[in-house]
Design a protein around this ligand. Structure first.
Ligand code: C5P
Length: 218
């Protein structure tokens, strides 16, 4: 049969990245952080002086992204972008880039290429709805806006960045609103998604819950 995909979608800072990384490690599967592709496209656009509202120019560039993931470092056109990739400002630009259907189309084939044996854990906004609609397990991960802002704040501070929790919350709610309201591939649970609110759960609790669902499907 097809290579199995475990799809994890949800709003900004809901813990998708942490959960997906942990699951991929425990299952021995490949990992697709699809947000990184939109973020890299935004950074490449900035370098090339392409406006974030120029869909066709952005798509032409996205189709030719020279993006390499080596361990936990990421390279764009030979330059290391590990740090700028994770900046909150880059997430905001990625959200603007990702509204263009042409850009989503250009990144579609790239994402399908991550589906290799023995399996794939993919996280993003439309993994279960658009990119891997045949995934045997689709998880829609949520947490309160308050929790999400607090987590993102801690992440940024731990990495030595400065941050303001109130402006973080405003920014992430604005980004979620844009992601939910766009015409193409909006953020929403697939009809057959399992909903997981991790506001009160530890990372381990969430991992165990998802692994249970995964085993039920084998
Ligand atoms: O998940 P992350 O914060 O890295 O994603 C950055 C932005 O990229 C999101 O806010 C969203 O607009 C876009 N994105 C998307 N579809 C995905 C993954 C990310 O539109 N599958």
């Amino acid at each position: 049969g097809a290579v199995p995909v475990l799809a994890i979608d949800g709003p900004t800072a809901s813990g998708k990245g942490t959960l997906a990384t942990e699951l991929a490690e425990r299952l021995g599967y490949h990992l697709l952080d699809s947000g990184a592709l939109y973020r890299a496209t935004a950074l490449a656009a900035k370098d090339a002086g392409i406006a974030l509202d120029d869909g066709p120019a952005l798509a032409a560039m996205a189709a030719n992204l020279d993006l390499r993931f080596t361990g936990h470092d990421v390279f764009l056109n030979g330059r290391e972008i590990t740090h700028p990739l994770r900046l909150e400002s880059t997430g905001g630009m990625a959200s603007q880039v990702s509204v263009h259907p042409e850009v989503r189309q250009a990144l579609h084939a790239l994402q399908l290429g991550f589906r290799r044996a023995p399996g794939l854990v993919a996280d993003g906004r439309d993994m279960g709805t658009v990119v891997f609609p045949d995934a045997p397990l689709k998880v829609f991960l949520t947490a309160s806006a308050e929790q999400r802002a607090a987590r993102r704040y801690r992440q940024l501070i731990e990495k030595g960045n400065s941050a303001n929790i109130d402006s973080l919350r405003i920014d992430l709610e604005a980004r979620d609103a844009r992601d939910k309201n766009r015409a193409v591939a909006p953020l929403k649970p697939a009809e057959d998604a399992e909903l997981l609110d991790n506001s009160q759960l530890s990372i381990e609790d969430s991992v165990v819950q998802v692994l249970n669902w995964w085993q039920q499907r084998q």
